[in-house]
Design a protein around this ligand. Structure first.
Ligand SMILES: [Zn+2]
Length: 59
């Protein structure tokens, strides 16, 4: 079972979810709570995930 992982561009915290759609929610939630000043649109978040997310197995 793999999951999708992306590291926050600002604090480096790894965010993970089962699918890219869930990952999008995680990223938006993380930015909204941790980096309010750096919030971005759903399109931008989706682009970031397409570019930077990678698959990881459960450790
Ligand atoms: Zn962060």
């Amino acid at each position: 079972m793999t999951k999708r992982v992306i590291e926050c561009n600002i604090c480096g915290e790894p965010l993970s979810a089962a699918t890219d759609d869930e990952l999008l929610t995680q990223v938006q939630r993380h930015y909204a709570s941790e980096h309010e000043d750096a919030a971005f649109s759903e399109d931008q978040a989706r682009e970031m995930i397409e570019r930077e997310a990678y698959a990881a197995g459960d450790a």
